[in-house]
Write a new protein. Structure first.
Length: 95
């Protein structure tokens, strides 16, 4: 089989915070279905996966909003620094 060389030009936008929230929602549904059917097998791992997805989704949201609202946003800053920066910026908006 011969190889084909291809050049791809385009722009791709990936919003990982949405994917992580969808994953957490999936595990939430799995947990609820298992609870309804009284099937406790592996539920602790489902809870662990759900909570892990939520934690990563929260930080991904911080990075998303920080990038949109704050000039010179540093994604690799410590969590508390990022949380304070985003919350301070949000306080500037009138209610």
């Amino acid at each position: 089989m011969s190889k084909i060389r291809v050049r791809h030009h385009g722009k791709s936008v990936s919003y990982i915070h949405n994917d992580l929230l969808n994953g957490a929602f999936h595990f939430r549904n799995v947990i609820h279905e298992k609870a309804k059917s009284d099937d406790r097998s592996g539920m602790a791992f489902d809870c662990l996966a759900c909570l892990t997805m939520l934690a990563f989704a929260f930080e991904a949201h911080l990075n998303f909003y920080g990038e949109k609202m704050i000039d010179g946003w540093k994604e690799r800053d410590k969590f508390n620094v990022k949380l304070k920066a985003v919350m301070d910026k949000l306080r500037e908006f009138p209610i």
